[in-house]
Ligand binder design. Structure first.
Ligand code: NAD
Length: 574
């Protein structure tokens, strides 16, 4: 048992700062918020989500980061290397307060085995995407992206909605736990397998999952019944993905939509092989990691074969960004890439417009601040303006248990539809020309007291111009540049130059070591004029990277977006 098992970290709330600038204070609170037991999947081990995605390398490193942020002058910058604070440099007040590099290895050595060996010696840490960059906001963080994906799937394949469709998946963890709620928000019926009963229980408590069935067959029967009645509800079952899919095949159940979010990106820690209890798995991982990886990889091959068989029988099947297909292919499934990834299938068009995830957090800890920002966005981005505004309204109103109160501006009567985790937060998708508008509105709200403390604005590394990940965000790029990671590096540099509050560059997020490189930025709206200038720059230049990236790769939608926004591209063909 970890000696820190009893240690509970929770971010301070309110307007009292213990750091010398709001940017440093925000970084400290967001690091702590990542490890809040309501937020993190396994806080005692500093694991936030996504297999072993950590917020800091050790508790000693965590303490040193907090101590340093508290003492740093407003013109100093802390350097974090794989979750450990390694230096402080004097910069200037418009520069980031923290620069973070997590899990990076020179490409030739960028293997899981090399990483694992370094990690075992305490020399590295896996930062995932938002774990080591301190902007994870719990399962809601992925909820909207997951909703966008399933809603688009409904529009593309089922005449506009998933109503009446049986959507099957597995993995009810930090991110995967968003699937049942996202599917039901998109109108569908969800059947989800998860091996860990504690994870199912947690999603039930957070109201991301509606019910848990007592057995595999009971779960299948219940989900079929709900789908036939077009009921948007979710059913969880304690089972492996393979058990569920093979049983569906045996019973010849017609599956309409099929995907998976087990942590297949991490064959050692993220995927439970067949016929192994959680306790057996923990022992084998320690005693013979190679044997464990061989077992889990063989199971992933079997898992993908079952997915291909269900696809053959008509299920709209897609990979949900966990690198499952690659694992299966490496283990002999020749046609593992026979179904597409979710980005080329449903998301790329939005990336072309610089659209992607945009999240904000109320440092006050007061949910009413989030309700106030919700209302401000509904007013500033009216449905009548067209574009994606209808989706924005549907999404924000869908986050409320009492949407009428929000529409009426009665913030006291507002209530969330799903539980908050840690500091109250919201997410939505915004593009170039929208993110900066929203950021400046928020800054003004902080200044004039409509929200009671500064807001933190950030995003996932899964974004339009910040990531190179050939099996996920950059799968099947039009010009074949899937593996070119110059773009992710340029994104990090643009955010540093523009004055984000903290900037991160990571390797391996989403799909595992060797398979991706990606950058993140977070910026604080503290109501000051200086923050306003930084917000305008960062929240314009960051999504603009998505337009540059997709114009360069030859996407027409991106060309259109670049024309609309007068984006400056020196060597553009037209
Ligand atoms: P997590 O580690 O918190 O959860 C994974 C879950 O899968 C756990 O609850 C685990 O018990 C369960 N599981 C493991 N093996 C299983 C099996 N054989 N059958 C059924 N359940 C099993 O990870 P997470 O944060 O939920 O992320 C899941 C995956 O999705 C990761 O690979 C992550 O990189 C990827 N991801 C995708 C996106 C996206 O937008 N597509 C975003 C973030 C993460």
């Amino acid at each position: 048992m970890s000696p820190n098992i009893e240690r509970v970290v929770r971010a301070p709330r309110g307007t009292e700062r213990s750091c010398q600038s709001w940017a440093a204070e925000a970084a400290m609170r967001m690091l702590m918020n990542n490890l809040d037991p309501e937020v993190a999947e396994d806080p005692a081990k500093l694991v936030v989500y996504g297999g072993r995605g950590r917020a800091a390398r050790s508790w000693a490193a965590f303490d040193a980061i907090v101590r340093t942020l508290k003492r740093m002058a407003p013109d100093e910058t802390l350097l974090v290397q794989s979750g450990k604070p390694v230096g402080v440099v004097r910069t200037h007040e418009d520069a980031p307060r923290v620069l973070i590099a997590n899990s990076n290895l020179v490409p030739h050595w960028a293997t899981q085995a090399h990483f694992d060996a370094l990690e075992a010696q305490g020399l590295m840490m896996f930062g995932q995407m938002t774990a080591g960059s301190w902007i994870y906001i719990g399962t809601q963080g992925i909820l909207q992206g997951t909703y966008e994906t399933f809603a688009e799937c409904g529009r593309k394949h089922f005449g506009g909605t998933l109503a009446g469709q049986l959507c099957v998946t597995a993995g009810c963890g930090g991110m995967g736990g968003a699937q049942p709620l996202a599917i039901t928000l998109a109108g569908g019926t969800c059947l989800i397998a998860e091996v860990d009963p504690a994870r199912l229980q947690r999603r039930l408590e957070d109201r991301y999952l509606d019910e848990v069935a007592p057995s595999l067959d009971a779960a299948i029967d219940r989900a079929r019944e709900l789908a036939a009645a077009k009921e948007a509800r979710s059913v969880g079952v304690r089972a492996t993905a393979i058990q569920l899919l093979e049983r569906l095949l045996e019973r010849e159940v017609k599956v309409d939509v099929l995907t998976d979010q087990t942590s297949a990106h991490d064959p050692l820690e993220g995927y439970l092989p067949e016929e192994m209890t959680l306790a057996d798995a923990a022992m084998l991982r320690k005693s013979d990691p190679d044997a464990y990886v061989a077992e889990s990889s063989a199971c992933m091959a079997r898992h993908v074969r079952a997915m291909l068989a269900l696809q053959e029988r008509g299920a709209v099947t897609f990979d949900y960004g966990n690198n499952l297909r690659q694992r299966a292919k490496d283990h002999g499934v020749e046609n593992a890439f026979g179904f597409p990834g979710f980005v080329p299938a449903y998301i790329r068009e939005q990336f072309c417009l610089g659209r992607g995830p945009f999240r904000w957090v109320a440092l006050s800890g007061d949910p009413k601040d989030i309700f106030a920002t919700d209302k401000a966005l509904l007013d500033a981005f009216p449905v009548a303006e067209g574009g994606y505004n209808q989706r924005l309204h549907d999404w924000i109103l869908g986050c409320h248990a009492n949407p009428e109160a929000l529409l009426a501006g009665d913030l006291d009567a507002c209530a969330p539809r799903f539980g908050w985790q840690g500091l109250p937060a919201r997410i939505c998708w915004f593009g170039l020309g929208e993110r900066d508008r929203a950021g400046l509105i928020f800054n003004q709200m902080v200044r004039d007291g409509r929200v009671s403390a500064p807001l933190v604005i950030g995003r996932d590394h899964l974004d339009c111009g910040s990531v190179a990940s050939p099996n996920r965000e950059t799968e099947g790029m039009k010009d074949g540049t899937d593996a070119v990671s110059d773009w992710a590096l340029l994104n990090a540099m643009v955010n540093v130059a523009s004055g984000a509050s903290w900037v991160s560059f990571h390797h391996g997020g989403g799909v595992g070591i060797g398979f991706s490189q990606h950058a993140g930025q977070v910026i604080v709206a503290d109501g000051s004029a200086a923050a306003g200038h930084r917000l305008a720059r960062v929240l314009t230049n960051d999504p603009m990277m998505g337009v540059f990236r997709h114009v360069d790769a030859g996407y027409e939608t991106a060309e259109g977006g670049a024309d609309d926004r007068a984006v400056d591209i020196p060597m553009r063909a037209r």
